[in-house]
Write a protein that binds this ligand. Structure first.
Ligand SMILES: [Zn+2]
Length: 66
């Protein structure tokens, strides 16, 4: 488990899970509801992107383990 808010070492394939509602961002899928194209790494999401499940800000997300 990595620290919340640290995305420096988030890989382009890494999935991240919302710390509030457990919604998972999968780069392979993107985020349809907010116009994020499939293949978009978490680190490349817009600054104002937030969780589709609960509107939590990006820094509430944590990298999922293997
Ligand atoms: Zn959430």
């Amino acid at each position: 488990m990595r620290f919340e808010g640290s995305f420096l070492d988030v890989g382009p394939q890494d999935r991240l899970e919302c710390g509030i509602c457990w919604w998972v961002y999968d780069p392979a899928l993107g985020d349809d509801s907010r116009g994020i194209a499939p293949g978009t790494p978490f680190a490349s999401l817009p600054e104002d992107w937030c969780c589709p499940g609960c509107d939590a800000p990006r820094h509430k997300f944590m990298v999922l383990g293997e």
